[in-house]
Design a protein around this ligand. Structure first.
Ligand SMILES: [Zn+2]
Length: 312
C-alpha cells in the first residue's frame, strides 16, 4: 500500500502525519512551531525525517500553512506565523529535501480531507468553514477543489458583515470572524457579562467578566442557563448570516463546519439551522444545504496535505 505524508503548520505546533490512501492515520509527529523562516524550514525537515521511514523514498510531501499561499507554494503573509513573510517554502524545502513539496492553505487542505475521507464524502458541491480563533475554509464545486486564480479561495473570515463593526487584524472593520469565530463568541459573551446579564457564566469564569471564554458559555448553556442559551442563539445568528452569504454566492449542497467550535456541535446546530432559514433568500423555494460537523478533527489539515501531495 502507498502511504502519503503531510505536515500542518499551526500557530503553536506543527503536526506531521503519514496516512494510507483512505486517509487512515499510520503515524504522526509533532514539534512546536518556531519563529522565523529558517527555523521553520529546519523544523519541517526534522518532522519529515521523523516520518520518512514509513513512506517510500522520494514521494511528494504536502505542507499546509495558515495565510495566503500562492499556487506555486509561496507564503505571502500569515497573521499567525510572525517573522514569516514572502517565503518560497515549496522551493526552499523542496531543494533541502530533494523532492517535490506541495504547499497549500491549511483550511483548503482540511476541506479537501473532509471531502475525500471525512464528513463530505461523495458530495460534489460543498463548502467547509472552520470556526476557530478566526474563520477559514475551502470550496469543492462540481467535484473539484477550488483554489482560485491565485490560490486564495476560502478567506471567508474577512467577508465584511458590518462596515462599522469592531476592527479586524486584517485592517478592515466588522469582518465575519469578529463575530462568528471562537473569539467572536467570547466577545459576545463578555459584552453581556459586563452588562451583568450573565451571572452564572461570570461565576464560572471566577467572577471576572473580562475572563469569560466561549467554553464557559457552552458549559452554562448545556446546564440549561437561559442567559447563556440566549448568547448561543445570538452567536448562531452570526454564523448563519455568513453561511447565507456563502450560499448566495456558491449554492453548495452541504456545509462542513470544523475548527474548535465543532466541539459544541450539539448546542449550535439547531439554532444555526433556524437562523439560516430566517435569513436565506426565498427559503421556501429551494433545498437548504445540509449542515454537518467535520469528522477528522485537528488532523484534517495534515491529512488533506498528505492526500493532495499524493494525488497531484
Ligand atoms: Zn478581517
Amino acid at each position: 500500500m502507498t502511504f502519503a505524508l503531510g505536515v500542518d503548520v499551526g500557530g503553536t505546533k506543527c503536526l506531521g502525519v503519514v496516512v494510507d490512501e483512505d486517509g487512515t492515520l499510520v503515524t504522526e509527529a509533532r514539534r512546536p512551531t518556531p519563529h522565523g523562516d529558517d527555523a521553520l524550514i529546519d523544523t519541517l525537515e526534522e518532522i519529515v525525517g521523523d516520518l520518512s521511514s514509513s513512506v517510500e523514498p522520494g514521494i511528494a510531501i504536502g505542507i499546509g500553512l495558515p495565510g495566503l499561499i500562492t499556487t506555486s507554494g509561496v507564503l505571502r503573509s500569515s497573521p499567525n506565523l510572525p517573522g514569516v513573510v514572502e517565503l518560497d517554502l515549496a522551493g526552499r524545502l523542496g531543494a533541502r529535501l530533494d523532492r517535490v513539496v506541495r504547499v497549500t492553505n491549511d483550511a483548503t487542505a482540511a476541506a479537501f480531507a473532509e471531502w475525500r475521507v471525512g464528513a463530505g464524502r461523495g458530495v460534489d458541491d460543498l463548502v467547509m468553514v472552520t470556526l476557530g480563533t478566526g474563520i477559514g475554509g475551502g470550496v469543492v464545486a462540481g467535484g473539484r477543489l477550488v483554489v482560485g486564480a491565485n490560490g486564495f479561495t476560502g478567506e471567508f473570515g474577512h467577508m465584511v458583515v458590518d462596515p462599522n463593526g469592531p476592527p479586524c487584524p486584517c485592517g478592515r472593520r466588522g469582518c465575519w470572524e469578529r463575530y462568528a469565530s471562537g473569539s467572536g463568541l467570547a466577545q459576545l459573551a463578555r459584552v453581556e457579562a459586563v452588562g451583568r446579564r450573565l451571572p452564572n457564566v461570570v461565576a464560572m469564569a471566577g467572577g471576572d467578566a473580562a475572563l469569560v471564554r466561549g467554553e464557559h458559555v457552552q458549559a452554562a448553556a448545556r446546564a440549561g442557563d437561559a442567559d447563556a442559551i440566549a448568547v448561543v442563539d445570538k452567536f448562531a445568528r452570526w454564523v448563519a448570516l455568513g453561511l447565507v452569504n456563502l450560499t448566495n454566492a456558491l449554492d453548495p449542497a452541504m456545509f462542513v463546519l470544523g475548527g474548535g467550535l465543532a466541539e459544541g456541535a450539539d448546542l449550535y446546530l439547531g439554532p444555526i439551522q433556524r437562523w439560516f432559514g430566517e435569513l436565506l433568500y426565498a427559503p421556501h423555494l429551494r433545498p437548504h444545504p445540509r449542515l454537518a460537523f467535520a469528522e477528522l478533527g485537528a488532523h484534517a489539515g495534515a491529512i488533506g496535505c498528505a492526500l493532495l501531495a499524493a494525488e497531484r
